[in-house]
Design a protein around this ligand. Sequence first.
Ligand SMILES: Cc1cc2nc3c(=O)[nH]c(=O)nc-3n(C[C@H](O)[C@H](O)[C@H](O)COP(=O)(O)OP(=O)(O)OC[C@H]3O[C@@H](n4cnc5c(N)ncnc54)[C@H](O)[C@@H]3O)c2cc1C
Length: 406
Amino acid sequence: MSSIAIIGAGQAGMQLADSLRRGGFEGSVILYGDEGSLPYQRPPLSKQFLLGDLEASRLNFRPIAHYEKLAVTLRLDCAVTQVDLQTRTLAMANGEQAAFDRLAFTTGARVRKLALPGAEDPRVCYLRGITDAQAIRERLATARRVVIIGGGFIGLEVAAVARTLGKEVTVLEAQTRLMPRVVAPVVSAYFEAVHNQRGVRFLLGESLTALAPTSSALGLTTASATYLEADLVVVGIGVHPNLELAAAAGLPCEGGIVVNEFACTRDPTVVAAGDCTWQRNILFERPHRLESVQNAVDQAKVAAASLLEKPVAYSQVPWFWSDQYDVKLQMVGISTGFEAAIVRGNPETGAFSVFYYLGERVLAVDSINRPAEHMAARRLLASGGLLAKELAADPAADLKTIIEKN
Ligand SMILES: Cc1cc2nc3c(=O)[nH]c(=O)nc-3n(C[C@H](O)[C@H](O)[C@H](O)COP(=O)(O)OP(=O)(O)OC[C@H]3O[C@@H](n4cnc5c(N)ncnc54)[C@H](O)[C@@H]3O)c2cc1C
């Protein structure tokens, strides 16, 4: 009976194990995770969990009994340190070795750290895992002044929580607008206004140049010589894919572990899924890396199908969400390279969508407090993205019906 080893017990790893069993695989499935907890959801870490509205046990995808029922062996607190694709063995940090027939990398990503003296101070925090979120939550209980480095999704979600808890919040963003890599200026401006109205202070076009920890505070100096003090600094400046293990095993890596549309690496018996992958597929011309729940889940299903030797090409349109206060941003598609951003609805009402066009085709749609429009946009993109700009701009046009007729 063959065995499958899955390295990384996160969103993609858990899904892969599940899909293998659902697909009828009867051999051994071992899920290795270097964290101590059962596989858990990360999105609430910067939302309800940080706010104190959700207990740690509620983060788990499934109780332990689920893995027992599926006969998936969980090796938690167990980092895999080496993979040998010739001998088909892996080594663990505790010195153990294990054999495998087929292998999956679902190693996710780790946070980018500040490269500044003083950044090792425990009041400088990052947010990727549950222990990070617990540390921030504890520090938030006593902090008065919170400075956030990075005006991306994580930074803004943490800003929203800290402000809701009544903290004095300042966000530093190196670019001149928020979430600059992923949204149009109209969406950046909307979120800047939402946070401003709640009392968040932004320093845009500003980067941190020095950190001076003292016993009472962390002193921060920016490139334009602005000085501010914080009791807690939360850094959200992006992630690095965990690709080193795969690279050391001889697998091609670029901006992640290189996989094709079947989630296969160069070795067809080795797959990879989730944040750690650099993927090529039929949806996009250029290879890319996605950091989202949707991608981790859908790519893991594709990876499982490949391991089961029933390959299916990845064809899911990417989608993502972010919650800040009572504002829900839902995004579908990838807007990179867009030529025109058509706004549907009025941002001043707090509910609108933005359609990103390249030529006559919609590349992506961001919906703010418009869940029905987001669902319609998912169908639109799945069916090729053709929608006349006048219809996109006309809030009276019934998108659902138009898209269904297309
Ligand atoms: C705070 C936060 C908020 C988020 N919010 C959203 C959101 O609102 N919407 C959304 O779509 N996405 C969100 N995301 C992103 C989403 O959670 C990730 O895209 C998703 O978790 C990726 O799943 P993954 O399995 O690829 O990686 P992960 O969930 O990171 O899992 C990888 C696991 O592998 C482990 N690992 C790595 N190397 C080894 C090794 N050598 N041996 C053993 N184990 C190893 C890691 O420790 C980790 O547990 C958020 C992420 C964070 C951190």
